[in-house]
Design a protein around this ligand. Sequence first.
Ligand code: FEO
Length: 397
Amino acid sequence: MSAIKIQEGVYWVGVVDWNVRSFHGHTFNTKRGSTYNAYLIVDEKIALVDSVYGPFSKELIANISEIVPPEKIDYMVVNHVETDHSGSVPEIMKLCPKAKVIGTEKCKLGMTRNYYGSWDWQTVKSGDKISLGKKTLTFLEAPMLHWPDSMFTYLPELELLMPNDAFGQHLATSKRFDDEVNQFELMDESAAYYANILLPFSPLVIRKIEEVVKLGIPIKMIAPSHGIIWRKDPGKIIEAYLSWARNETKTKVVIAYETMWKSTEIMAKRIADGIASTGVELVIADVAETDNTNIIKEMLDAKGYLIGSSTHGNDMLPQLAGFLAFLKDMKPKGRLGAAFGSYGWAGGAAKNIENKLKEMGVEPVLPLIQCQFVPDKQEMQKLFEYGVEFAKRLSTK
Ligand code: FEO
């Protein structure tokens, strides 16, 4: 994709990664691909805000070259060390070795440990400014959104916020702006991104948004480092972030399980029948078969988590164990849960799931439920009633 002017003197010069399907060491299924956004600001001085993932360096350089010779870059702003944004910095710095590299102190440390470049650094703190002529780079540290080095860059003259990963989505598209894309896909990917990356940092998200509001910074456009640019309605994603960060949920249940010979699956579906009979919304997912990124996204607005597994040895099946480890890391708050599972001769899975739910702060609202081998007619009725009762607890708590 060629460079695109996004405001007077500001150009998107990033790349679209149409084919990426796993991200962050396979913890994120990027089913709609992604983009790595970089922004070129052309004034009396020239700044490049962020770069792209290393394998795409040539595309970035070609896009910059459509606007200015890359040798003319004066400032290489690194909002974030992670390699999907900083991977091309060494290639850029080869072309403009006299450019200053701008980032937080922690960014400098991280960049040095990643690339070992002998570059001219200028570290910045919140409130620091660099004049480019008519436009001013203004910096706002954003530690743990989502790494310690993270920083936002703001152009007050254009009311343009470049917050790197925040407000982004993994969405490959030939379009660059929020008003040009399918709104369901846009918010679906924004939610997946928040649930799988930013949810653990929710208190910091709220604090940062409150800080920006208190500073009275007007924001006309948000240009993140992944996905589309919010030009029509930046308030829409800010409101969504506040809702997600506050752990606002609805009366909805996610039933996530892993099954060995389908008994646990039979249980999951029967409990689901009971829940559905009350009218409560639900999603069922076998974690070994379905997209885990999507399950975590479904859990973002769900108040109820029902987790099940067959017993293998004395414990839950391994893919469910891995799923629960990831879910615990995401630190969901204010959820209600319960555990279920089948076993042959000794249980263990359901009890261990219940313990994991307690460890991550999910409150068990019903005692666990188990079946030996395949549930009989009476047990099928009990499972149905279990679902009805779980739905009731959600509606009343
Ligand atoms: Fe998109 Fe934290 O990198």
